[in-house]
Design a binder for this molecule. Structure first.
Ligand SMILES: NC(=O)c1ccc[n+]([C@@H]2O[C@H](COP(=O)([O-])OP(=O)(O)OC[C@H]3O[C@@H](n4cnc5c(N)ncnc54)[C@H](OP(=O)(O)O)[C@@H]3O)[C@@H](O)[C@H]2O)c1
Length: 422
């Protein structure tokens, strides 16, 4: 026995069960996530046997570049860069950690079509083809698991699927992109956009092209998967209203500070009048809120399930190790994948009236002209930027206002106020 901080812990006993179930895996991708998965499997071999009665054996490893040095150890004879060769391998589970649509979609359809289990971290693939892939899995009596696709190490899909009984939430919202959050919080600390992005790349959170992260497309894919879990709507049918942080995320940070708030790029889906609405947009939140306190690559999700307070899940939303841990959890999970109905309706527009902050690169008169009932307009010292608060306006009303200000050459930006602030 050992004692840690006064708590008695048992030394880990080796697996005492009768036999270990050997699970043969073919892994597609050995980048940040794939290599972390191989390291985790090697480092946790005994714990995996002990907890799950499973021994994981790698049978094939698909990469693009056979010569690249890998941050994991494995038998080099298992490497291939030929997708057909990879698919010809005998395996109980195929793990896809390549990303993108091609060849990920072909791999997924082939694997599920012949009744093999598939585990993937690929939110793009699931957001576009999730319901047809799950139908294929069901027809072939196998399972498709993708907990790693949303939240990295934050098991938000699992929370929605398994921790709310048979009831679903009325609303889910949160920070689902670690790169965007990293950039915003570095900008709050005084970094320039270029410095923040370079740091995110050096830390391994941002790819060379981080536009999918910063314009909200990545978070939109994820919130479509959350809406699928929460409300049963097919992910490809969810129209996610999306407002980019680009081209100048620092403008949102400055405007937030001018109105005493913090900005976070927040994804949200909810039931409004029985229909599903979803959005990814800059949200002004209280500096004391859990969203504002989510820094760097952290993710934070609030699940509103009709309780007095939301159920919250937070943690590292990006990075090889947290994502690989989520893949590993799916890998050793032998239960049937949750069923998702596709009965709910997706709303064509969001009718809720909200409060917004609008800023233009123009003098106050431009806002006075375009914003109905515009009372108070603030300007910076040089009167080159003006901003105001617009209340009681729907997202489509705000979109029309932005189009008008844009046409006037006023370079508008807009952020919504969290209801706790408005
Ligand atoms: N990184 C994260 O923090 C994170 C978090 C959540 C989810 N995810 C998801 O996890 C998946 C993998 O992400 P990652 O960050 O590990 O990506 P990555 O570092 O770019 O690695 C991708 C891997 O896939 C291989 N690959 C790419 N295209 C291929 C092709 N056509 N044929 C064969 N192999 C190919 C690459 O081979 P080479 O190495 O030879 O180029 C590389 O080993 C993606 O779906 C991503 O969205 C990542």
């Amino acid at each position: 026995m050992t004692s840690v901080a006064g708590v008695e812990c048992r030394e880990q006993e080796p697996w005492q069960g009768e036999t270990l179930t050997v699970v043969r895996i073919a892994l597609a991708g050995c980048g940040s996530v794939g290599s972390a998965l191989l390291r985790e499997i090697a480092a946790r071999r005994e714990a995996i046997a002990d907890r799950h009665g499973v021994e994981i054996v790698l049978t094939r490893l698909l990469v693009r570049d056979l010569e690249r040095k890998r941050d994991a150890s494995f038998d080099p004879a298992l490497l291939t860069n030929d997708v057909d060769d990879f698919l010809a391998t005998d395996a109980d589970v195929v793990v896809e950690a390549i990303g993108g649509l091609d060849p990920a979609r072909r791999i997924a359809e082939t694997v599920l079509g012949r009744g093999q289990r598939l585990v993937t971290a690929n939110k793009l693939l699931l957001a576009l083809h999730g319901s047809s892939l799950t139908a294929l899995a069901r027809r072939n009596a196998t399972s498709l698991r993708y907990d790693a696709a949303v939240g990295g190490g934050v098991p938000i899909l699992r929370v929605i699927d398994e921790s709310l009984g048979a009831g679903g939430p009325a609303r889910v919202r949160g920070i689902l992109n670690g790169t965007a959050n990293f950039v915003l919080t570095r900008l709050e600390g005084g970094a320039t956009f270029d410095q923040a992005l370079d740091e995110a790349r050096a830390a391994g959170f941002a790819e060379a092209d981080a536009s999918r992260d910063l314009d909200g497309r990545d978070a939109a894919d994820k919130i479509a998967l959350v809406a699928w879990a929460a409300f049963g709507v097919a992910p490809e049918s969810v129209a996610v209203r999306r407002s980019s942080l680009l081209p100048e995320p620092d403008r949102f940070v400055r405007l937030a500070s001018r109105v005493g708030a913090r900005v976070r790029h927040v994804a949200e889906c909810s039931l409004v009048g029985g229909e599903v609405v979803a959005a990814v947009e800059p949200l002004f939140v209280s500096p004391e809120s859990a969203l504002a306190r989510t820094r760097d690559e952290g993710n934070h999700v609030d699940v509103f399930a009709g309780w007095r307070a939301p159920l919250c899940a937070s943690g590292p939303g990006a990075g090889g190790l947290p994502t690989a841990t989520a893949l590993l959890s799916d890998l050793v999970c032998t239960g049937t994948a949750p069923r998702r109905s596709t009965g709910a309706r997706v709303a064509t527009s969001d009718s809720r009236e909200q409060t917004w902050a609008v800023e233009v690169r123009a003098e106050p008169a431009v806002l006075h002209r375009s914003v109905p009932n515009c009372a108070l307009v603030h300007t910076n010292d040089t009167a080159s930027e003006s901003w105001t608060i617009v209340r009681g306006t729907t997202p489509s009303g705000i979109a029309s206002l932005l189009a008008e200000l844009d046409a006037a050459g006023a370079s508008p930006i807009v952020a919504r106020f969290d209801e706790a602030l408005s």
